[in-house]
Design a protein around this ligand. Structure first.
Ligand SMILES: *Cc1c(COP(=O)(O)O)cnc(C)c1O
Length: 386
């Protein structure tokens, strides 16, 4: 160690880029194992710990594990708590990666039984489907792609009234500055840190925060076993993102509310879904549980799919890309990019009936007037149907 470091401490945590840690003696090794010290990177490192502790505080949980992706976080939660024959009730649509994990692994290989309820449904619908073997109640809020809202208070209460049942919330579209599911009694809250928590579209990560120490220990143990924790470099980027989360979310939300109102008044726009608009079907629930409404907007247009394609291609400042939650605005055409099966699939059409020209806009923190001008010039190019 550099002796000169005894006088001062770096303001940002160093990136501890080491896979292993040496000890002076066997006694020290024993002590470090008992005291949860560092000895091998798969078990954690100080850089990740700083990010995990910061997220834990924001979420109001007892412990947070950071993962190599949002999918690593949620798949580890499933692997940690589900056994063959268990039953899970979940919203539909659900994030596509989660749906893939269920269809390719949980159902065929783990014999997990799934019951789907429409995203944004009354929590009573979850209760109705609870059976002897129900282990997890799962909800995403705001939910892809039309920003439906799950009532966190009712969801947390339902979970706590059912011994042995765990509630899990995917909070990615809000994040911990906006909403804290654990404070509503939810057991496990996870985020894709790739989105708002990282916030700059430059890292892949995830995190899971728990309401109790017991749940934390189970997830921590499973993640060490599965070997899917966050690496030190990305942990450093993540921590940097967490430090600016509040100011970014305020700006994302302020921009998004302005743009949502603008879109709602544009003649070519059919419908706008934004939890901060009074016209949103669950605006009252959103108001109760969200500090601000974050930066995700969905809308459809009175035009053909071909025109919707030209619209997303005609934007200049707003980039055509999947993903969300970064400082730069992104747009995507859900039926051809993230949500094809949801929009054309029979099962999903029956449940949700999503429009073909649905676009999903991740509003960044650019100057709002610039974004509005960009949307306006591309919308004005769409021919009005006679
Ligand atoms: C991106 C995302 C995930 C998965 O996260 P990755 O970091 O891509 O693995 C899960 N849920 C939601 C809602 C997401 O947007």
């Amino acid at each position: 160690m550099d002796d000169r470091l005894k006088y001062s401490t770096p303001i940002m945590p160093p990136i501890y880029q080491a896979s292993t840690y040496y000890v002076k003696s066997m006694d020290t090794f024993e002590e470090l194992i008992n005291k949860d010290g560092y000895f091998y990177l798969r078990h954690g490192c100080p850089t990740s710990r700083v990010a995990e502790d910061a997220i834990k505080e924001l979420e109001g949980g007892v412990g947070t594990c950071a993962f190599s992706s949002g999918m690593a976080a949620v798949s580890t939660i499933f692997m940690a708590f589900l056994k063959p024959g268990d039953h899970m009730v979940m919203n539909y649509p659900v994030y596509s990666g989660v749906d893939n994990f269920i269809r390719k692994f949980l159902v065929p290989k783990m014999q997990i039984e799934i019951t789907r309820v429409p995203a944004g449904c009354d929590v009573e619908m979850y209760r109705k489907h609870v059976k002897e073997n129900t282990k997890i109640l799962y909800g995403e809020t705001p939910c892809n792609p039309i920003l439906t809202i799950l009532d966190l208070d009712a969801f947390g209460k339902l979970g706590q009234s059912l011994p042995g049942v765990i509630t899990v919330v995917d909070s990615t579209f809000g994040g911990p500055y906006v909403q804290q599911p654990i404070k509503h009694g939810v057991d496990i809250c996870f985020n894709s840190c790739t989105k708002y928590l990282g916030g700059h579209s430059d890292l892949l990560g995830g995190c899971a925060t728990t309401r109790t120490k017991e749940l934390y220990d189970v997830i921590q143990d499973m993640s060490i076993t599965a070997g899917n924790r966050l690496n030190p470099f990305d942990a450093s980027l993540l921590y940097r993102g967490v430090l600016t989360l509040g100011v970014r979310m305020e700006k994302h939300s302020q921009n998004a509310l302005g743009l949502a109102k603008f879109l709602e008044n544009h003649p070519i726009v059919n419908q706008v879904w934004y939890p901060g608009l009074p016209s949103h079907p669950q605006h009252d629930t959103a108001k109760k549980q969200m500090k601000v409404y974050a930066g995700m907007i969905a809308f459809d247009m009175k035009c053909s799919l071909e025109c919707a394609k030209s619209f997303v291609e005609n934007l200049k400042v707003i980039k055509l890309a999947v993903s969300l939650g970064g400082v730069r605005s992104l747009i995507e055409l859900a039926s051809l990019m993230t949500h094809g099966p949801w929009i054309s699939g029979e099962e999903c059409v029956a449940m949700n009936n999503l429009p073909e020209t649905l676009v999903r806009l991740s509003v960044g923190i650019e100057d709002m007037d610039v974004l509005m001008e960009d949307l306006k010039q591309a919308l004005d190019k769409i021919p009005v149907a006679s």
